[in-house]
Design a protein. Structure first.
Length: 436
């Protein structure tokens, strides 16, 4: 293979490649043999037709057309491995093929690549994000431990039968606003833990000291931000009848009880609290990072400037998005048009196609922006990064790392891309977390 000419045209680069004469001749000879085996001639068995007879039935043009595919693929591989070919300036998947010369002893192929756009992206150290380093409070740990132990709580009849903080009370109530009952303001046999703050502020406090069988009318004011707007900031009266009072007996958090949860390396109450604290912290970190990641992504979409949007990449992303919608439509037993109309709210197919193009354009700007920053900040993945991620996957799916590797056929490109992106977002959060 020889590069005869490299030519830059608008948003594209063209390579004219001359194929080696010997290779081209050999490719034609191989194609003739293949076509001859496929040939059917009356009086001869398939695959056993004499060469002279076969040549009468197979034209030179047929042989060349058949040989071209192998020649095109062969020269393409040689081209992208050539020292004079710069893969960073082109989109390798976006290549079109043309022919310059096709003769028995001479072949020139034109490969036209779409250029990768020039990317301009600055100011990513000045992104305003809402991010705070998470902390875990003692009451949060206590609340989570209560959630763990809730199913083992016992309700013990209370001897003095007087409501105190922490008791479980069964009662009937009926609410009135302006002496009129309101929807949702009445219940019978309702159970409430006093001090849980499950009711309107002031409600539970006024129940303390009441006895079993006692009736009482209490007054409260609904909060100004109450979720039922027509009740917000309104004064209300509630008629109560106390049916039953029980003491809540919680399980004793000792090593025997903790062992029931079968948490690796957690045996003592101190280890259990530490484990709960770490779980809460991980959740908060994830939540805070997700919020900051969305803000950074929005900034990248807006601020990543491209010299032009490559049509091949845009078309590919539109196709991916459409296939995703089609999959969802199939799962709901609807046609694409029906799903787009009833589930996505687009009145016409044109509206849907326009939205697809807009989403694809945003996704391209985001992905290219991420790639630009990864390159600028020289972010890379390590073997340790990959192994840690594979171990997390193994724990999540409850299988071994070797099984994960087998399922992936030891192809970790997708995982490495994910790790790179995660490290990039972590880096940008670290750089920008003080920007508000």
């Amino acid at each position: 293979m020889k590069i005869i000419k490299r030519e830059d045209i608008k948003n594209k680069v063209k390579y004219i490649i001359s194929s080696e004469e010997q290779f081209w001749i050999q490719a034609q000879e191989n194609s003739f043999k293949i076509l001859a085996k496929q040939l059917k001639v009356h009086g001869f068995r398939a695959g056993h037709i004499p060469t002279l007879i076969a040549k009468k039935h197979i034209s030179e043009q047929e042989i060349m057309n058949h040989a071209l595919k192998r020649a095109i693929d062969h020269n393409y591989k040689l081209l992208i491995d050539d020292k004079d070919f710069n893969p960073e300036e082109v989109i390798e998947d976006a290549v079109s093929i043309d022919l310059s010369k096709v003769k028995p002893k001479e072949l020139e192929i034109i490969y036209i690549f779409e250029k990768y756009p020039t990317v301009t992206l600055t100011g990513y150290d000045k992104i305003k994000i809402d991010y705070e380093e998470p902390k875990v409070e003692k009451n949060e740990i206590d609340s989570e431990i209560e959630r763990y132990t809730k199913k083992d709580i016992m309700l013990i009849p209370k001897e003095e039968e007087i409501i105190a903080h922490g008791d479980m009370v069964n009662f009937d109530f009926k609410g009135f606003v302006n002496d009129e009952p309101f929807a949702g303001g009445e219940a019978k046999g309702h159970e409430l833990e006093i001090g849980s703050k499950a009711f309107i502020p002031g409600f539970e406090e006024q129940m303390i000291g009441l006895k079993k069988g006692e009736k009482k009318t209490i007054e409260i004011t609904f909060p100004k931000n109450y979720h039922t707007k027509h009740l917000a900031d309104k004064k209300a009266k509630f008629e109560l009848i106390i049916n039953d009072i029980k003491t809540i007996q919680k399980p004793h958090l000792d090593e025997t009880y903790i062992a029931r949860f079968a948490i690796p390396n957690v045996k003592t109450p101190e280890q259990f609290r530490k484990y709960i604290s770490e779980q809460i912290l991980d959740y908060k970190k994830y939540h805070n990072k997700e919020k900051a990641t969305r803000q950074i992504s929005t900034w990248l979409i807006t601020n990543t400037k491209l010299s032009y949007v490559p049509q091949s990449l845009l078309d590919s992303e539109i196709k991916r998005l459409r296939e995703d919608v089609q999959k969802k439509a199939t799962q709901t037993n609807l046609s694409l048009e029906e799903y787009v109309n009833t589930h996505l709210g687009y009145k016409t197919q044109n509206d849907f196609e326009k939205a697809l193009k807009e989403s694809a354009d945003k996704n391209l700007h985001l992905v290219i922006g991420i790639e630009k920053i990864i390159d600028d900040l020289k972010i890379d993945t390590t073997e340790a990064d990959l192994n840690n991620h594979l171990e997390k996957m193994a724990r999540a799916y409850a299988i071994s790392v070797d099984q994960i590797k087998q399922k992936l056929n030891n192809n970790f490109d997708g995982i490495k891309t994910f790790i790179l992106q995660e490290k990039m977002f972590d880096k940008l959060i670290e750089i920008n977390k003080s920007n508000k």
